[in-house]
Ligand binder design. Structure first.
Ligand SMILES: Nc1ncnc2c1ncn2[C@@H]1O[C@H](COP(=O)(O)OP(=O)(O)OP(=O)(O)O)[C@@H](O)[C@H]1O
Length: 651
């Protein structure tokens, strides 16, 4: 089950000053009643003993490993601010994952009575097992809640009070929950407000960790002095001003879905002004034509850290002994089975530009995302890029994310320690990402990657370290990341199947590899592939008529289908030239289908009542069998003429 964050819609522009909007007493009562009703449905009775379904320590370690960023952010950047409060009160802070598993606790390890409270690492606090409780109920409702002593469904829990607030990740998915529990009296507004503040702080820190390196982060508030507080709205912008992430406050205060809007659609300013704004100098801007906000823009850390580079001025010459790893390969060093970059296209301007851009970006710390239909040649393209880059001596590791069973993707990619899980090889495994260290990692069909693995991959890309499953050690990795997909990833993001933050991480340079039928150099490319195959094994030549026919084909299977058709045809032919009858049947099925589609709804130009077959027969004769001219005169596609010719020669 995925829970999206609940909107707390705030109607007026003073909302930021009183952000701690708790449930009304009536709403609170309803939440508790709804929870008790669920508990009855789960078959619980008030006398039932809590069932914590405690995780074995190995699984707990894996879980903690998966939530490392959440754990570290909470521990290092949030808890220290509350230490004072904690040390003076009899309560504990609990961090649990979205299934209610306790990941860590801080503060009082044991409540006053020394009673076993079950708030220990590995225990699961769900309504199913423990009845109404702050953690489980906040997770089910997606809202912050305080559960008082008698509001607990199980009698066994009625000695404690818990206040919990869910935490959402940068893609708005429920990530976990923070809870403050005690067996002493906890003032409701105070504690609930505090835990909400903590969960907001965690969310904000996660945004900074994910994006501050390469993106502008805008914070805004109605009040200048609160601009740096956790209650400020945060917007993450790419270089062109597109909003690629936002915190809860931003969405609540602006009361709209902000994803992928441009900053100029929200504030009366554009990206240029934001970029020109002196560091840490707030601006006073109007939002949505109505609200006044103070806005501060934080440029990407990489930009702030930029230091003058003296090589850009004067007549700098690089020292003679440059690093060997920076060298581009010589043509003789490129393996035979790799298609040279300049042979990837044969006159298609768009593809030429794409190849040039990608070749350049290979030397930059910018990931590449390739979109293209299946069989369009994405992997061939990546191989060529890798072997023409300075990483050519290192590994190109290609991973087809759709081909690995979902439950194995994680261990295959990140590796595992020996004995990390049942079925793990006794030796352990280094994992595919580390295998690509210093080289290129090609994640094909990345759209198929399970969402849990996406989070982990995101962390690897952000932190540039891999922690194998079951290990505490983090290994640095330096990989050139190229991903490919035949899906529309933006739509996948909109529908919640692909993490937005990961999408922006992997899509530094977006490349479209056109389908074969759309390529302007289709004819030349077909001739090239044919020549390459003939270089491997002697075979028949292609006539112009055969090239016409091949050019006409819709090629739904793209380059892969072309290679297959040519290989079959060439194997069948004993003659000097490739003939139609050498080609496989499915080739003609596609051809006929596309002819039918091309002509659907289009009537041939002859206005007489003459059937189309007769028109084609007549025109073919008139044009001495010239297919192109016949098709033009009849007002049909060349495929239709071919289809007619074939039917009449077959019968
Ligand atoms: N530029 C090219 N020149 C010659 N052959 C090519 C070219 N591009 C692709 N091919 C051939 O087409 C086949 C399919 O290409 P490739 O595996 O790169 O496609 P893909 O887009 O990665 O497919 P998928 O999306 O199914 O993974 C290759 O095995 C290769 O034989």
């Amino acid at each position: 089950m995925t829970i999206k964050k609940q909107e707390e819609t705030i109607g007026d522009d003073t909302a930021m000053l009183r952000p701690n909007v708790n449930l009304t007493d009536e709403e609170h009562k309803q939440q508790i009643e709804a929870s008790w009703y669920r508990c009855e449905q789960f078959g619980l009775e008030h006398a039932t003993e809590p069932n914590f379904s405690t995780l074995p320590s190995g699984e707990l370690n894996d879980l903690r490993d998966q939530h490392r960023s959440l754990l570290e952010t909470t521990e290092n950047e949030i808890i220290p601010y509350y230490e004072n409060i904690l040390s003076n009160s009899a309560c504990m802070i609990v961090l649990a994952d979205r299934q209610g598993h306790v990941l860590n606790t801080w503060g009082q390890k044991r409540f006053g009575r020394g009673q076993y409270h079950g708030l220990v690492e590995g225990n699961q606090w769900t309504e199913q097992g423990v009845g109404t409780n702050a953690i489980g109920t906040a997770l089910i409702s997606g809202r912050a809640i305080q559960v008082g002593r008698d509001e607990h469904f199980l009698r066994a829990n009625r000695y404690m009070v818990g206040s919990a607030s869910p935490i959402f990740d940068t893609g708005n998915e429920l990530l976990g929950v923070l809870d403050i529990s005690s067996d002493a009296y906890l003032p409701q507004d105070h504690t609930l407000g505090m835990v909400k503040l903590m969960s907001l702080s965690v969310e904000n820190r996660l945004i900074f960790t994910a994006f501050q390196q390469d993106h502008f982060i805008l914070s805004f508030n109605t009040n200048l002095t609160s601009l740096d507080s956790h209650w400020s709205g945060l917007l993450v912008l790419d270089d062109r001003g597109t909003i690629i992430s936002a915190n809860r406050r931003a969405e609540v205060v602006l009361a709209r879905d902000l994803s992928l809007l441009n900053i100029s659609q929200i504030f009366d300013c554009d990206m240029r002004e934001i970029k020109n704004q002196p560091l840490h100098m707030p601006m006073k801007l109007r939002a949505l034509g109505r609200y006044q906000f103070y806005v501060k823009a934080l440029p990407p850390v990489t930009q702030v850290m930029k230091v003058p580079d003296y090589r850009t001025s004067g007549h700098y010459q690089a020292p003679a002994a440059s690093l060997p790893s920076q060298e581009a390969p010589l043509p003789s060093q490129i393996p035979d089975n790799v298609i040279p970059l300049d042979e990837l296209e044969h006159g298609d301007e768009r593809v030429r530009r794409t190849v040039k851009q990608a070749h350049k970006i290979m030397e930059k710390d910018i990931p590449i995302l390739i979109h293209g239909e299946t069989g369009a040649g994405k992997e061939i393209f990546v191989r060529s890029l890798h072997y023409h880059s300075s990483r050519y001596k290192e590994m190109l590791v290609a991973v087809n994310c759709a081909a690995i069973p979902a439950e194995l993707v994680e261990s295959e990619l990140f590796g595992y320690e020996k004995g990390a899980f049942t079925g793990a090889q006794t030796k352990g495994s280094i994992g595919l990402i580390r295998r690509a260290h210093k080289g290129t990692l090609f994640l094909d069909e990345i759209g198929e990657m399970p969402i849990a693995v996406q989070s982990r991959l995101l962390r690897v890309l952000q932190e540039r370290v891999v922690t194998p499953l079951g290990s505490t050690e983090a290994y640095p990795v330096d990989v050139k990341l190229i991903s490919a997909t035949n899906r529309h990833l933006k739509e996948e993001v909109a529908e919640g199947r692909f993490r937005q933050d990961l999408y922006y991480r992997i899509s530094g340079l977006n490349i479209e590899l056109p389908a074969l039928k759309l390529r302007q150099d289709k004819r030349e490319l077909i001739a090239y592939v044919h020549e390459r195959l003939r270089a491997e094994e002697p075979g028949p030549a292609l006539t112009e008529a055969m090239l016409d026919l091949l050019e006409e084909h819709p090629w739904p299977g793209n380059m892969r289908q072309l290679v297959h058709v040519l290989k079959v045809g060439m194997a069948m032919a004993d003659e000097d030239e490739l003939e139609e009858w050498h080609l496989p049947d499915d080739f003609f099925d596609d051809l006929n289908n596309s002819a039918d589609q091309d002509d659907a709804g289009v009537s041939h130009s002859d206005t007489s009542k003459e059937p189309i077959e007769e028109t084609i027969a007549r025109l073919l004769e008139e044009h001495q069998g010239n297919v192109s001219r016949t098709a033009k005169a009849a007002g049909v596609s060349r495929n239709t003429v071919y289809k007619y010719v074939r039917q009449n020669t077959d019968s």
